[in-house]
Design a protein around this ligand. Structure first.
Ligand code: GDP
Length: 456
């Protein structure tokens, strides 16, 4: 018998209500020991019951609550589940939880409720992983993709690929084991076609992985440029509220400022850095080091030039560090008299994306946002596509499977023995099973659930 587990399921802090969740065979009996319902006939399946939590040893009322008992198997964990709605402060929640724990339940580990849902077969592993993504989603787009994964659309795609592999494996096995029987002879040509078809499916999923990672984890955007070019102003324009301090004294953004925003549903982590420039000022040096660091880690760099000032050596030095493929150059302050021409920059950095802006007049912001959206979707993935590889674990497995299938195709082309081909096809089949948790090792399962928060 599994232990009965319990935890506070809502975020800690002060709120109207806070919920304690209990799961396992003893859920109801634990509740009965500490709950005095106003109507003794209550505690029916799925019916809210009103009453008090009472300490059985002292008879003292701990909190006034609403409780619900949900009978197995139609529950989150597929076990008997109880939820106690307490007043949402630390004291009532803690005190009630203590009573739950001293009356037959033990504290749940992080993710243990969802882990039980997985082990009891209600969710597969990729669906369980979606639960955590759903909770952590910061934009509607991220949420939609996670919800799709939770509903099993992503798993369904994986299962279809595995089904194709099963058909190939059955055919291979029959031909290997009973070559003399009167069965459909496998041809290398058909085998090659079937495997290429599977390879296409895997490639298609993998092509969504870069976008998927960004949708889940956010796009790291680093804003760089000399002091006073308009970095904080850009940050503010994108934030549409004044949080970074805008000032006229050069070099006042000493350290980096980070903000999370949503651009058309894409979560964006903005970092405003101190200007990259040679300086003897110690504090500013730290800022510069940080700039270079975040510059290397960024998915996208926005490099701002003040077009009302001549290009200086340090602008050119920064340009040398830039990778034009992941950079947008802004020619800012175009409302003032121009000292830098667009052509001058394009000559130095052919092919780079250059946008003329005025933070003062709010010009060019839309174009920056559009460029970011284009960059993330890369023309490959539609913005409505909700089946994406968002998870690094899934991506690694898909890459491994792609390798096995490619190896198998190579052997088919060389007309190698079916036994050898079967090994690779089987290995792809097994690997893909790890995504949904069918062929997965316990330690990987534990690692997946350890990332959850308490009470989930
Ligand atoms: P940072 O040091 O790079 O963060 O630059 P700030 O954003 O603090 O801007 C420095 C100064 O330039 C401030 O006085 C801003 O108001 C001003 N500024 C920023 N963008 C523009 C612009 O497009 N046009 C004009 N005229 N002034 C701007």
């Amino acid at each position: 018998m599994e232990d009965t587990i319990a935890a506070i399921a809502t975020a800690l802090g002060e709120g109207g209500i806070g919920i304690i969740r209990i799961s396992g065979e003893n859920s109801k009996s634990v509740l009965k020991k500490i709950f005095k319902p106003a109507n003794p006939a209550s505690l029916e399946n799925r019916k809210m019951a009103y009453g008090n939590i009472v300490d059985p040893t002292t008879g003292k009322i701990v909190d006034e609550v609403l409780c619900v008992y949900m009978k197995s198997p139609k529950t989150y964990t597929m076990e008997d589940v109880v939820e106690i709605n307490c007043h949402g402060g630390m004291v009532p929640l803690r005190k009630t939880l203590e009573l739950v724990l001293s009356n037959g339940a033990r504290i749940a580990e992080p993710g243990e409720f969802t882990k039980r849902a997985f082990l009891n077969g209600r969710l597969d592993l990729s669906q369980a992983e979606a639960v955590i993504d759903l909770i952590k989603a910061k934009t509607y787009r991220t949420f939609d993709v996670a919800l799709n994964q939770l509903e099993g659309v992503f798993s369904g795609t994986i299962k279809e690929i595995r089904k194709k592999l099963v058909d190939i494996l059955v055919n291979l096995t029959v031909n290997i084991d009973y070559p003399d029987e009167d069965i459909e002879q496998i041809t290398y040509e058909k085998l090659g076609l079937d495997l290429s078809n599977v390879l296409d499916d895997i490639e298609k999923l993998l092509s969504s992985a870069d976008t998927g990672r960004i949708i889940r984890e956010g796009l790291a955007v680093s804003i760089i440029g000399k002091p006073n070019v308009g970095k904080s102003s850009l940050m503010n324009s994108l934030l549409k509220e004044t949080r970074a301090i805008v000032t006229e004294i050069p070099g006042t953004t000493r350290d980096t400022i980070e903000e999370n925003i949503s651009i058309k549903g894409i979560p964006v982590k903005l970092t405003d850095t101190a200007g990259i420039r040679e300086t003897s000022d110690v504090i500013e040096k730290i800022g510069i080091e940080k700039s270079k660091e975040s510059f290397n880690q960024a998915d996208l760099v926005i490099f701002i030039l003040d077009s009302s000032r001549e290009l200086e050596d340090e602008d050119l030095e920064i340009m040398d560090l830039i990778n034009p493929e992941k950079t947008i150059i802004l020619l800012n302050k175009i409302d003032l008299i121009q000292k830098i021409k667009k052509e001058e920059i394009l000559e130095k950095m052919p092919g780079v994306t250059l946008i003329e802006t005025s933070m003062a007049k709010r010009m060019g912001i839309d174009e920056i946002e559009k460029k970011i959206v284009d960059l993330v979707y890369g023309g490959k993935i539609s913005q409505n596509n909700n089946v994406m590889v968002t998870n690094v674990r899934h991506k690694d497995i898909l890459e491994k499977s792609r390798q096995s299938i490619s190896d198998a195709i190579n052997m088919v082309n060389l007309h190698e023995a079916l036994e050898f081909i079967e090994i690779d096809v089987n290995s792809a089949y097994e690997s893909l099973g790890e995504i949904i948790g069918e062929t997965v090792q316990d330690d990987i399962i534990n690692e997946v659930f350890a990332r959850f928060c308490l009470g989930k």
